[in-house]
Design a protein around this ligand. Structure first.
Ligand code: SF4
Ligand code: F3S
Length: 106
């Protein structure tokens, strides 16, 4: 499955959801995740993300490993999102900012 990593936090552009053929994105307050049980590894969402937050599970960086479990867990408690919406007003300011993990709202 593909995994949404830290770069999504507080950016949440949602461009990714429009291309997913199986609607497996789930929406939290300031981040999206992918339901690993639904993702069919089509790779279409990867290029859509302006901050390159979406990564193949097998290629998740060492400092992002926690997000594999987070996607699996939070996808079970957050609702589906299938239509793009406006990003947060300050999304640009958070693009590329490291260590946003502590800012994740569950
Ligand atoms: Fe959806 Fe394909 Fe991305 Fe998986 S890889 S989340 S199936 S768009
Ligand atoms: Fe997040 Fe990128 Fe989608 S910022 S909402 S993974 S387009």
């Amino acid at each position: 499955a593909f995994v949404v990593t830290e770069a999504c936090i507080k950016c949440k552009y949602t461009d990714c959801v429009e291309v997913c053929p199986v609607d497996c994105f789930r929406e939290g307050p300031n981040m999206l995740v992918i339901d690993p049980d639904e993702c069919i590894d089509c790779t279409l969402c990867v290029a859509e993300c302006p901050v390159e937050a979406i990564v193949d599970e097998e290629e998740v960086a060492a400092d992002q490993q926690e997000f594999i479990e987070l996607n699996a867990r939070l996808s079970q408690q957050w609702p589906p999102i299938t239509q793009r919406k406006d990003a947060p007003a300050d999304a640009e300011q958070w693009a590329g900012v490291p260590a946003k993990r502590k800012l994740l709202e569950e």
